[in-house]
Design a protein around this ligand. Sequence first.
Ligand code: FES
Ligand code: FES
Length: 164
Amino acid sequence: MTSKQRIEVTVNGTRHVREVEPRLTLADFLRHELHLGGTHVGCEHGICGVCTVLIEGRTARSCLTLAVQCDGADVTTVEGLRDPETGALHPIQQAFVDGHGLQCGFCTPGFLMSTVELLRRTPQPSEEEIKEVLGGNLCRCTGYKHILESVQLAARRLETPQAG
Ligand code: FES
Ligand code: FES
C-alpha cells in the first residue's frame, strides 16, 4: 500500500491542499479531486495534447505529470481563462468561437492553453510559428484551417481589441 502525500497546489488562483497517491496524474487530480472537467484526457501518452495545462505559465501535458510534482506550483486550466469578475470568455476563447475553431470541442481546451502560451511569448506569430506550436495538438474534426485562423484572429484582437 502506498502512503499518500500532502500537496498544496494553486489552481486558477485558488489554493488547494490534498492528500494524494504518488502515482495520481495531474489530469486525474484536476478532474476527479477538483472536479475541473475542462481538462480532457485522450491518449494518456503525451501525443494528443487535449490534457494541456499551464504550470507556472508554461504548457505541460497533465497526463504525463504527477500531481505530487506540482506541489507548491501555480496551475492554470481552461476554466481559469474566463474573466473572474464578469465571466466573459477570454479573447482567445471568443476568437475560437467566432473563427469556428472548434466542432465537437474535445480538443479545444488543449489548443486554447497552447495558444495562450504562444501569444504571450510571440504576440504576432507567423503562420509557420502557429503551425509549429499547434502541431503538438491533435484535432479530428476541423481540418485545422479554422483553428489556425482563430489563432490569427485572437492575435489581431489582443493587439487591437476592435479588430474583426
Ligand atoms: S491525454 Fe495527454 S497528451 Fe493525450
Ligand atoms: S473539434 Fe473535435 S477533435 Fe477538435
